[in-house]
Design a protein around this ligand. Structure first.
Ligand code: PLP
Length: 428
């Protein structure tokens, strides 16, 4: 397998781009080597500039749940382009997408569209503060909520990959109202409530996806909601990754919890820049122009992105691939475990529907600390062997793999063979 053209573009990219990437998770910092440059993608496959074809489990870090260039999405967006790209005024499709989203999440009467998951969460946090009149926010170690200042502490994703505890450039004042708790540890949350009476909200990824996949144990989410509300704080579900992915109604539907504020992104735009935050009427009425919490956006509710979102979500609803995701997920999970056993490699697999990943550890992984027991050197060997076998995975131990509904049986059996080869390589 050759990477000559990718290598050339990487060197060229270094001149005017930072590290030749526009998001640090795309760098190959923790697996070695240089990032691949992509030419195109279709269905379950992604193809780099050297013509190497891979089965794609990155899926743009989640959005491409239908696979790439699904014909319904492509057709709808191509048609919409003919009417103009941005108006700075309302369109009917914003109302249509809002209805699809509010119908899927019972805790949402109203929604506001923004351009990214980061914007969705920073607005959701502001809303919790506006509604409660309090300042402090509890977040969980290992959860990533985008790159806003106040939540860039003990964050997962690229910070975990690069072993950064936080970000330079974030003033102390910006994080002074951020309290850190441990995932799956209600006592660590209780301790904050006992000490502080000005907590506006508790933000959580209902299923962790940015420290690798970490699943809430027992009734953690339900207990968290009860604890937050009992103390006059809101539960903010960051479903940027899990929304429309865990099932159509997100992780909240699977886990039987209704958050006070829900933040969305990724799948909701089907590959176009869309984020959203929403809640019950009494909460959303605080947002301008109805209320005094200001939040705006030149490109928010962008007409092309709205059409991409509508086409993606309506196709997804019709396909209803969630049972199938589970079946494919089980198959891949079992393949990892049986090859790992065959070659004597310590592996723990965490999976929630169509989100999964192996950790190279013999420990159960239920929080960030346990996730960090994974042997990242072994992951690097595993990653490159998967690439050589035609499988595109996120270049980090601390990112989730995603399934798309475009995966075929042939893709899955190729993946299983690749997993066997990669785990053998790890054992050598
Ligand atoms: N929240 C979660 C749970 C995420 O996984 C991400 C991105 O990976 C974000 C927020 C930030 O979204 P975006 O990258 O669209 O700004």
């Amino acid at each position: 397998m050759k990477f000559k053209k990718s290598q050339k573009l990487y060197n060229k990219g270094l001149v005017n781009l930072v590290g030749a990437v526009n998001s640090p998770v795309r760098a190959f910092a923790s697996v070695g080597g240089n990032p691949l440059f992509i030419e195109k993608a279709k269905g379950s496959k992604i193809i780099d500039v050297d013509g190497n074809s891979y089965i794609d489990y990155v899926l743009s870090y989640g959005p491409m749940i239908l696979g790439h260039r699904h014909k319904k999405v492509q057709k709808a967006v191509t048609k919409a382009l003919k009417n103009g790209y941005s108006f700075g005024a309302s369109t009917e499709n914003e109302i249509k997408l809002a209805k699809i989203v509010c119908d899927a999440f019972p805790g949402m009467d109203k929604v506001r569209f923004v351009n990214s998951g980061t914007e969705a969460v920073l607005s959701g946090i502001r809303l919790a503060r506006a509604y409660t009149g309090k300042d402090k926010i509890i977040k969980f170690s290992g959860c990533y909520h985008g790159h806003q200042d106040s939540l860039l502490v003990a964050a997962g994703s690229g910070l975990a990959t690069l072993s950064l505890p936080g970000s330079k450039g974030v003033p102390e004042g910006a994080v002074k109202n951020t309290l850190i708790a441990n995932y799956n540890d209600l006592e660590s949350v209780k301790a904050h409530f006992e000490k502080h009476d000005d907590i506006a909200g508790v933000i959580i990824e209902p299923v962790g996806g940015n420290m690798g996949v970490v699943i809430p144990q027992n009734n953690f989410l339900k207990d968290l909601k009860e604890l937050a509300n009992k103390n006059g704080a809101l539960l903010i579900a960051d479903e940027v990754m899990t929304g429309f992915r865990s099932t159509f109604g997100g992780a909240q539907e699977v886990l039987g919890v209704e958050a006070d504020i829900t933040c969305l992104g990724k799948v909701i735009g089907g590959g176009f820049p869309v984020g959203a935050y929403g809640a019950r009427n009494e909460i959303m009425e605080n947002v301008a122009p109805l209320g005094g919490m200001y939040q705006a956006g030149t490109l928010s509710g962008n007409p092309i992105a709205m059409v991409g979102g509508i086409a993606t979500l309506s196709t997804l609803k019709k396909q209803n691939p969630y049972k199938q995701f589970d079946a494919v997920g089980v198959e891949i999970e079992e393949a990892i475990l049986s090859s790992a056993q065959k070659y004597g490699v310590d592996v723990t697999v965490n999976r929630f529907g169509s989100m999964m990943n192996p950790f190279f550890t013999n420990k159960k992984v239920t929080n960030f600390e346990e996730a960090q027991t994974s042997d990242t050197k072994k992951f690097a060997v595993f990653f490159w062997e998967m690439i050589k076998n035609g499988i595109f995975l996120p270049p980090s131990q601390f990112e989730a793999w995603f399934l798309s509904s475009a995966l075929t049986e042939k893709n899955i059996s190729k993946t299983k063979k690749a997993l066997d080869n990669a785990l053998k390589a790890v054992s050598e």
